[in-house]
Each structure stands twice: as C-alpha cells, then as structure tokens.
Design a protein around this ligand. Sequence first.
Ligand code: ADP
Ligand code: ZN
Ligand code: ZN
Length: 738
Amino acid sequence: MQPAYFCPLSGYAVTVTRPSTARIALNRPLRRLFDYRIPETMTVSPGQRVKVPFGRQTLTGLVVETGVTPPDGITLKPILEVLEPWLALPTATFQLLSWASHYYQHPLGECLFTALPPALRRGRPSQQKQDEHWQGTQNIAPLPANAHRQKALLESIQRAPGISTGELVKAGFNRPQIKSLRDKGLIELSDPQHPTFSESIVTVDGPRLSPAQLAAAKELPQVTDRFSATLLYGITGSGKTELYLHYLTQKLQDDQQALVLVPEINLTPQTLERFRRYFGHRIVAWHSALNDSERLATWLRIRHGEPVILIGTRSAVLLPFTNLRAIVVDEEHDNSYKQGEGFRYSGRDVAVYRAHLNQCPVILGSATPSLESWHNARQGKYHLIRLEQRAGNASPPEVELLDIRSRPLEAGLSRPTLNAIKETLVRGEQALVFVNRRGFAPIMMCFDCGHMEECPRCDTRLTYHRRDRAMRCHHCDFQMAASHSCPKCRSENFKPVGQGTERTEETLAEQFPDTPIVRVDRDSTQRKGSIQNILAQVNSGAPCILVGTQMLAKGHDFPNVTLVAVVNADGGLFSVDFRAPEQMVQTLLQVSGRAGRGEKPGKVLIQTCHSDHPLLKSLCQGNYAALADQLLTERQTGALPPFRAMAILRAEADTMQASLQLLDSIKPMTAANGIETWGPLPAVIARKADRHRAQLILCSNHRRQLNHLLTHICQYLDQCKLPTSTKWIVDVDPQETG
Ligand code: ADP
Ligand code: ZN
Ligand code: ZN
C-alpha cells in the first residue's frame, strides 16, 4: 500500500511512491555504478552513505540516484544499512564532484569518495566521541598567585570561547587543570557545535593598508552572494596576504564559511599564523599531515556548517562546505594544485567552478599568474587587479644576468657570485642560493671511457648523493652504493658532473667556514618538524646562507634575505614541454621575490650561458605582465592551451610496442572534426620503473567536443580486453606533456 496525500497545488489526492531502488557509487576505479534494492523500512537520498553487499564483501557506498530501473532479469540485492541520517555529500558538493568526474574523465565513485575523510571512506561511523567545548563564566574568583598554568589556561579559554578539550591538550594543558577551573566555577561547557567565533577574534593591529593596497581592496568583489572571479596580480611582497585578511575581515559574516587554498602548508607555517592572529579559533587547517581522526573532526565541522575559515591544500576544495561564501586561491600558478595521479583535478580550476556553483566570489592571487588565468583576465572573464608596489618600505629587487660562459667556476659558482655572497654576509644579511637539483651531482661520469651511471629501471641518469655515498634515481625508488671507479673500465677517473644542492652546500661551507649554511630540499626536510626548525633559524635574522631547490621559491617571507643567486637558469629554455618557459619564468621570479622583502634593498644574480636570451632579458625588468603577454603570443601561434583545450592519453606496458599499439588503436576514433592529435610517441622518459610509456596528445578548439570524444575513448577502452599489465589514463589540462 502506498500512502496517499492531498496535493494543495492540484487539489487532487496523489500517491507518493517511495523509491524502491537506488544506484550506488563505490570507491572503485570502475566507470560504472551499481543498483540495489531499498528495503521497505528504509529511505535513502542521493549523497547518503550506505553499506551494501558486493560479492562476498560488504562495502561502503554513496547513493547517486533513487528510483532507477535496473536492467531486465536482474534481482537486486538490498542495501544493508544507512550509515547516518544526513547526507554525507550535500547537494552542492555532490554536483561539484559529478561535474569534476565528467570534466576530468575520472570514475564517479572515486571522485565522490575523495571528498570523504579516510575513516568515512572505510565505513566507520561519523559520530565522534564528543569533545567538550569550554567558555569562561561571569564569576571572578582569584587564583593562587603561583597557579601560572591555570591562569594561562583560563586566558586561552577566554580568548577562544568554544575551544575544545582536545585543542587545549594539544596546546600543552591537561585534563585535571581543566577540571579544576570548572570546579572553581570559572569555566563552563559551551555549545559544542557552534562556538561563538566572533568573540574569539583577536583584535590585531595589522599594518595600515598602503594606498596601493587600499586601491586594490576597493576593487575586490563587494558582495559574497554572487559569482565573480578576480585575478589579483600583485608582485612578490606587495601584500597580497594582507589583502586577503583585510577582505575576509570586511566581507565575511560571522556565520559564513571561507576557503583559502595554499600550495603547501608545511612550507609556509607563517601564513597560517598570520591568519590565526586575525581570526583565532575560526581558522582551521587542512593538509596531508593531519591524522585520520583530525581529518574526520575537521570534515565534520565543515559538513555541519561551522563558520570556519579553512586554510587548506588542494583537496580542501572538495570538502562538503554548506555555507561557503568566499574562496581565495593563493599562488594560483603553483603546480601542486594539479593532482598528478588518480583523480587528476586542478584545485584551482575546481575552485573557480565551485564559486560559480555556490554563487560566491573567488580571488586568485599570484605574482606570476598562470597563463590560463592571465588569458582569462585579458579576455575579461576575470576581473584583473594589479598591485605593483611592494608593501611597507620594501622595493623590488634589482635583477642582473651573469653570463658564465668561459668564466672559471667553483662548483658552479662564479667569482662575482661568491663576492656578492661575501658582501651580503659582511653587512650582516642573509643570502639565498637556488639550485634546481637535489643531491650532490646529477651525473657520475667516467672521463676515460665516457660511461655515465644510469638507472637500470628507467631511461634516466642516477643522481649522486654524497652524504650517504648513494646513487639514486629521482624517478623511481632505485638506489645503490656509489662506486669509486668506473664500473665499466675500472678507471679511477670517475667523477661527479654538474650541480646539486649538496655540492653547492659543500662548496659554500669551504668558502664561508664561519657562516651557517642551511640546505632546504626534499632530503633535508623529510623529518617531521625539520622545516620549522630551518625556518626558525632563518627568521632569527642572523647571517646565513640558504641553499635549496624550488621549495625556497614558495611564498616565504624572510625579511633579512637581501641576495638571491640562481646557480643556473637555463633548464627551462630548451625543454620539449611547452609549459617549461612559463614555469622557468615563474620559478625565477618567485625565487627572486625572496630578496629584499624587508627594509633593506634586495639583489638577484642569475647565472646563465644565454644572457642574450629574450626571456631572460625581459625577466630582468621584473615585468611579469609583459612576459606573460609574450608567452601567450607564442602559445597562440602554436595553437596551444589556453587557446585550445588539451588532453593526453597515456599508456604504459611491458613493452613500448604494446603501449604504442594501444594508442594507435585509439587514433582512428579521433578523426572527428576539430580534434588534432600528436603522436602516439614514446614519452620523454620512455621507460620508468621498467614500464614503457607512450602518449597521444589531443587538442581541440572546442572543449565540449574533446570531452565528448574522451568519454567515448574511455568507454571503448573499458570494454577492451587488455593484458593486465597494460594501463592507460587520461589527463585533462595536463601540466606536464613530456
Ligand atoms: P605577498 O603575499 O604579496 O607576498 P605579504 O602579504 O606576505 O605579501 O606581505 C609582504 C610583507 O609586507 C609582509 O612581511 C607583510 O607583513 C608586510 N606588509 C604587508 N602589507 C603591509 C603594509 N600595509 N604595511 C606594512 N607592511 C606590510
Ligand atoms: Zn670508464
Ligand atoms: Zn629509476
């Protein structure tokens, strides 16, 4: 029996049918969904988390649709359990992920599950052991003079009402101390779900905005209930972060959520601190170092609509916000916004789509905007704001090219560079030396027979790491002990060639024996907390030399660094990847931007063998806008993104022939109008970890047409009976084309 209702609109009694079937997404790399029966006693809605039988297993699923008609002759198994009464993925988040699944051609199930914290993906319950939250009371009872910890605890609670026991314990207090304050009637439990954030805002005396910042602030979107996309092009040190803070303080209401995407939180803990100073307890961080229970707790706060300001890396854009009213994407050009494996989405691009769905503003900020965003701004799709003066008393650094052809070098460093470092140290300031490769030297070579050590599993050379005398492949996990003589001819004339961070560090330590040398690369920062220690040392301001890879180019604010030296700028000039020049220019300008951010002027020395190269010459003027225009003209001439949509189909197999064959079989499908293909060709590193890799590049003037074709290709390949060792993937808007 179906229940009958009286419909006020039609005036008739209607029968409401309770859907009896549901289509469910599972966390599997399968481009299909699964139908189940909804038991009589159960109601489910799209976005809800359920348990379903799957073969002999029980899996967690997400409801995608209800009331579906399953294929004939199939008896559906029942859904076993609804995991919570509310939607794990609220409608807007669900729509966002469905769109992304389609746009990036990635299976819906895996896309949807990316938005759940690991515990919920595994089917764990969403109720957390309720943490107690605290606030101060009106009571004034004197604490004993020596109760320092209790006083500090009371202050912390008064400063951030709603703070939880967990957070207080993390801050170094213990449960007995909390209990004691409660027993004295000085604190009480507060509403766990909605601590009163507005009261927790620590009033800070941020710097007064400069006239240039004020002018920019006026141009930022005025309302938070309409879509707008703004590109904030502000040179390094122009005070973009200060502007975001100002913007959120002014525009975000107490009950609204905001998202600030950053490339990497661990590298720039200062940013988080700056936000905390303004918004206190309302700031919540989301990054890869959180453990599962921290992830779940944060996820729940966002899902339940707490008015947090989330500072997070890429995947934060997929979280189930319910009242998101502003999005900021800082350093929007940064490559780490694009996921390199699995669900290959761009956090920046998804952020723009999310703002559109939510009807809220998105602000993309960078000193070196991506050519995509620059193009959108030039076309008027994004509102462009320029901030071309440094904040405070800082002025842009002076950039000089130093031609190193036929100059004697000390492990890659020229005399003028060493002299400049020396002068900097003598003035009591800090120098930063940028090397684009970690390890000691990128090549070990025999000067008698010419042999070079290569990775046995990849088509690449092994990097020599002197510290532990190891030869390592930076593309797979292969490593072996370095040998003293040539493995081929036994000659002792077997030597490192080229520069890595370790070698530069060693040379500098010899040249400047009394100065601390701080190396920053993936090897030196592996241990937890090491980057914090390194940054603390640099921020103390004492003279030192920083040596590092592009980790050093990312958003740091070191006021006492006044010299930046680039050991070799030429890597990106002649690469096959069409994005290489853009990335080279961005990295060089970003690393240059670390010089002279404080009161003292900065200088940048770029060592190159191509000092007459037009890109490098324009770089010296520090005018990124002109460079971006120039690079865009080249992209247009080459009919490359952002002027056309691009996707890459990659294949890898046990033999190159198998990879190429797979792509060859696809090529006829691409003959549709307007799709241009390049390849199939072996990838630049054709063999990686013993897998043979090939690629087919697809371009089209019409994104929709390309997307349509990709859907077909995926469907076709899914049906093909490929050998299990043959794999393929689609990368939409690829960042690397080599
Ligand atoms: P960006 O994000 O553009 O690199 P930041 O916001 O980090 O720039 O600002 C660079 C430096 O200038 C920081 O040390 C910041 O505290 C300082 N700063 C920013 N705005 C002002 C201002 N209006 N007055 C004084 N100092 C400022
Ligand atoms: Zn040899
Ligand atoms: Zn390798």
